[in-house]
Design a protein around this ligand. Structure first.
Ligand SMILES: [Zn+2]
Length: 148
């Protein structure tokens, strides 16, 4: 199934029981990351067992949604269904400020692809997905911020 978004058709999102709290928070405009209740370590994507303490109890913590680009790729060919109209676009891996190594993937919006640089400060931006109230966490540059 595909979901139309302003003329774009993307694969339908189908949150799993593990990821449902992440998507519910995104629908509210919040970035929520799974946090182990045993050791407080945050994990993304959500995991069934904490790789740090082997605990199986988790909460979801709302985070600031700020971080820095950890790595990036510029997509110059329309190979991913639903993203054809965006070419070229920058796919970024963002290290969130809350924890070293806590990575979230999204696209960099509102800037030319040349602006996607490792270390650049970004913040989350929620893009309506066109499927109910689901929103896709994406990223935008933080104006005036210095790169790490
Ligand atoms: Zn743990």
């Amino acid at each position: 199934m595909a979901v139309p978004i302003a003329g774009i058709r993307r694969p339908a999102l189908d949150p799993s029981p593990l990821s449902a709290p992440f998507w519910a928070a995104a629908a509210r405009g919040e970035l929520a990351i799974q946090a182990c209740t045993g050791c407080s370590k945050m994990h993304h994507p959500p995991v069934p067992v904490c790789p740090d303490c082997h605990g199986t109890a988790f909460d979801f913590a709302v985070v600031a949604g700020t971080g820095a680009i950890y790595e990036c790729s510029v997509m110059r060919q329309a190979r991913v269904v639903g993203f054809e109209a965006m070419v070229p676009y920058a796919c970024v891996v963002v290290e969130l400020d809350e924890q070293p190594g806590l990575l979230v993937v999204g696209n960099l919006l509102g800037a030319p692809v040349e602006a996607a640089r490792v270390g650049s400060a970004v913040r989350v931006h929620f893009e309506p997905y066109g499927q109910g109230d689901l929103q896709l966490p994406q990223f935008v540059l933080v104006a005036g911020a210095k790169a790490r």
